[in-house]
Design a protein around this ligand. Structure first.
Ligand code: FO1
Length: 313
């Protein structure tokens, strides 16, 4: 078994490579739910949906999220009615959200809904929300006065422009891992932390104490892929957030967040000169191409990560 801790777009691309890498082991994705948002009575789980749409080859590859070739008639109607439309939900995406709402209202958990969606899309992996409880990433955004925003309000409505002064995970004290999460971490031959934003996408998973404890114990078999390449985030605001919270904008910044849970770090070839410093801090370092700009590159990265972890198991 292989477990992958996941945010959205970067993780989805990595999973695409992994599912095409002829792995004959079960693959379990444990996915961030801190980005989830309720809107118009719908429960939006962007990271879960990004993974489903990507693996089902439905995703809008330009944006990395949502469905390709979408129409927006429902959103246009909302606009006509004077309702807020800062969050772009396409018509087909809304269909999925009605299905999720219906199942949640019928008493199913987010795990059960996700399992149904995984099955309906014929996906070759198991997708587990990190928790079925309400856990939300809240952003303390600099302003006059400072504001506490839900993740999507910060990310989409404010276009991740405000300086981030703090990140909080409400509900994390009470949140229990979803069924199967700890078991997957324990049973896996290797645990992979996908190239996702360490502070926004991985930290909410780590904020659940039982997941954190399981990962600390399994540190020896856990590898993280740096989402910071050449001093910049591959996508999104990870670089600016690392900086505003006092971390180096480099794989070292990601390592500072993830070090208690990993033994190995994968960094991009352009950052080869950082390997020594990371090794001196006690990590094993793999230097390779981490830019997933096509299916071959995604498969190569997945294979390289697995072969490195096999060689040292
Ligand atoms: N990202 C945007 O930048 N703008 C949007 O309007 C938007 C809508 C949206 C709807 C459904 C969904 O599953 C994802 C959506 N995203 C949107 C992406 C999402 O906000 C982020 O990619 C993740 O939360 C960050 O990992």
């Amino acid at each position: 078994m292989i477990t992958v801790l996941c945010g959205g777009v970067g993780a989805a691309k990595f999973l695409e490579g992994l599912t095409h890498a002829n792995v004959d082991e079960e693959i379990v994705a444990v996915v961030n739910v801190g980005d989830d948002e309720e809107m118009y009575g719908l429960h939006i789980s962007p990271d879960i949906d990004t993974i489903i749409y990507t693996l089902a080859d439905l995703v809008d590859r330009e944006r990395g999220w949502g469905i390709k070739g979408e129409s927006y008639q429902s959103l246009d109607r909302l606009k006509e009615l004077g309702a807020p439309t800062w969050f772009t939900l396409g018509d087909r995406d809304i269909g999925l959200h009605l299905f999720r709402r219906h199942l949640l209202d019928s008493g199913h958990t987010l795990s059960e809904v996700t399992a149904q969606l995984t099955e309906r899309h014929n996906l070759p992996i198991e997708i587990l929300p990190s928790t079925n409880q309400r856990l939300r990433t809240m952003i303390l955004a600099e302003g006059d006065p400072d504001e506490l925003l839900t993740f999507q309000r910060y990310f989409v409505e404010r276009r991740h422009q405000p300086t981030v002064k703090g990140i909080f995970f409400t509900g994390s004290e009470k949140a229990k891992p979803a069924p199967g999460v700890v078991e997957a971490i324990e049973a896996s031959r290797v645990v992979i932390i996908a190239p996702s934003n360490p502070l926004l996408s991985i930290a909410p998973i780590l904020s659940i104490s039982q997941i954190r404890d399981a990962l600390e114990k399994e540190r020896g078999k856990t590898v993280a892929i740096s989402p910071i390449v050449g001093g910049r985030a591959i996508k999104g605001p990870a670089d600016r957030i690392l900086e505003s919270l006092g971390y180096p904008i480099s794989p070292e910044g990601a390592a500072k967040v993830l070090a208690p849970y990993i033994s190995t770090m994968v960094i991009d070839s352009v950052d080869f000169d950082l390997a020594k410093g990371l090794e001196d801090s006690g990590l094993r370092v793999v230097v390779t191409n981490t830019i997933m700009d096509g299916l071959e590159a995604k498969i190569d990265l997945a294979k390289r990560v697995l072969s490195e972890m096999k060689a040292h198991s």
